[in-house]
Design a binder for this molecule. Structure first.
Ligand SMILES: N[C@@H](CCC(=O)N[C@@H](CS)C(=O)NCC(=O)O)C(=O)O
Length: 207
């Protein structure tokens, strides 16, 4: 029988679970990385989606079969490789173990998934910025509304940092960018910069 193959991404929590189970059971395997961001996400490539129609990692090829979904994968490993059991024999204990696993598997992890985060980014960052851009096209002077600094500018500055942090393409918002350039010249804005504050970690600090 050939070596099992694990399709994985280093920081995928679901693939991580399977890596732990494989290691715990002493199962040697070939690691095939699937970069979830590069090339628009290698998990979305046709060749990979034949293996995993959900376009997610992990996928494990073992015993001549292709398995997806980390929890069923681990249960399969536990049933076929009984060394170092991960599910207790006792049904009550087993139910408790499964309940905790499920709290993580369906209660937390799906919300941290890349595709969900990307959608939230569109919903909560991109679309509002688009709306603000349209408003500013009518209201902006040097700043958001006319030529005086206002509450609107005070709120805008940290949000632009947030958008940049999440790599939103700001070139789509030329008015916001123009206002931002003006804002960055203001002493009050410079003094409030996150990266010069006393609690900013040294490695992120503006020199
Ligand atoms: N329920 C699945 C979840 C798998 C999953 O969400 N994988 C994430 C990485 S942790 C993924 O491949 N995301 C790719 C994407 O969102 O495009 C499992 O346990 O295997």
């Amino acid at each position: 029988m050939s070596k099992p193959v694990l399709y994985s991404y280093f920081r995928s929590s679901s693939a991580w679970r399977v890596r732990i189970a494989l290691a715990y059971k002493g199962i040697d395997y070939e690691y095939r990385p699937v970069h979830l961001v590069k090339d628009g996400g290698q998990q979305n490539m046709e060749e990979y989606m034949i293996l995993n129609p959900m376009a997610q990692v992990p996928t494990l090829i073992i015993d001549g079969i292709t398995l997806t979904q980390s929890v069923p994968i681990i249960e399969y490993l536990d049933e076929t490789r009984p060394q170092n059991k991960l599910l207790p024999e006792d049904p009550a204990q087993r139910a408790k173990v499964r309940a905790i696993a499920e709290m993580i598997n369906s209660g937390i992890q799906p919300l941290q998934n890349l595709r969900v985060l990307n959608k939230l980014l569109i919903l909560y960052t991109y679309l509002p910025l688009l709306a603000i851009e349209k408003v500013l096209q009518h209201t902006a002077g040097r700043f958001c509304v006319g030529d005086q600094l206002t509450l609107a500018d005070v709120c805008l500055i940290p949000q632009i940092y947030g958008a940049n942090r999440f790599k939103v393409d700001m070139s789509e918002f030329p008015t916001i960018c123009k206002v931002n350039e003006e804002l960055e010249k203001m002493d009050a804005v410079k003094a409030a910069d996150a990266f010069i504050q006393p609690d900013c970690p040294e490695e992120l600090r503006k020199k």
